[in-house]
Design a protein around this ligand. Sequence first.
Ligand SMILES: Nc1ncnc2c1ncn2[C@@H]1O[C@H](COP(=O)(O)OP(=O)(O)OP(=O)(O)O)[C@@H](O)[C@H]1O
Ligand SMILES: [Mg+2]
Length: 298
Amino acid sequence: MIHCEGLVKIYKTDDLEVVALQGLNLTVEDGELMAIIGNSGSGKSTLLNTLGGLDRPSAGQVKVGPWDLLKITEEELVQYKRDTVGFIWQNNARNLLPYLSALENVEMPMMLSGKTDRAYAKQLLEWVGLKERMHNKLHQLSGGEQQRVAIAISLSNRPKLLLADEPTGSVDTTTSDMIMGIFRKLNREIGITIVIVTHDMTLASKVDRVVAIRDGLTSTEFIKRNPNITDGGDLIQSAGRNLNSVHEAYVVVDRVGRLQVPKEYLTALGIKDKASMEFDGERIVISSPKSLGGSGNE
Ligand SMILES: Nc1ncnc2c1ncn2[C@@H]1O[C@H](COP(=O)(O)OP(=O)(O)OP(=O)(O)O)[C@@H](O)[C@H]1O
Ligand SMILES: [Mg+2]
């Protein structure tokens, strides 16, 4: 569904260039439910906005389904946003109309694309648990209920990919659990691919896979496959700093073959300025020179 390779996004302001993503790699399979975690400023929203066609990539590869978002034309982009992706923002105000009912809010984007389908709009509201409230005006609904309306809206164009930026950022734990439950159900039942951006490490235990972006500037992406989605504690630690368990990390290899080894790995192995490298025909093993006995000082 998603393939990013060496994805670079540079924001240019008057006299400043911010490299928000520097060579990020990410592959998401069709039908996955996954989360992207990372510190503030690590480039999560930049990545999501790029995938959603709201921001243009600066360089690298970024493909979503059949679309190449680096080469896509403005017209195709309109079509892409309308047909392929659904987007949920942390701040609902961006796509909700307070004086329309929940149902009218869901129908609005359908109307704009000329395909109003009231039955489907009702079904969506039922999916997000708002069957009883669909005729209430938005401003009569709680923040969590509004967020669920936003989820229904994001699905109104039957997207193949759902992108959610901090969807539970401003709701309590119960609502957050409910929203995650909705994502899971949608993912399992209609097979939609879902990418959730979050600060919240506990959400990580509720998805199939977690990718942690550590500082878009260092172009390092860590991937932790979820060994057991009910085992939240372990996952949270692994996605954070604990590197004792099995994990996978992707790093960017540049044109001349340089790659950046994550600092934690180097620290864990006590590698300072020199490392040994072995190639066995299939894998490259980087180890501390000490661990190879006699060749330690070479
Ligand atoms: N429109 C923009 N113009 C200039 N710089 C930007 C713009 N948008 C983001 N940035 C910068 O790019 C970097 C990544 O920002 P981004 O919003 O992607 O981070 P984030 O991981 O989503 O953070 P948060 O968790 O706080 O939402 C930051 O240094 C930010 O200041
Ligand atoms: Mg953000």
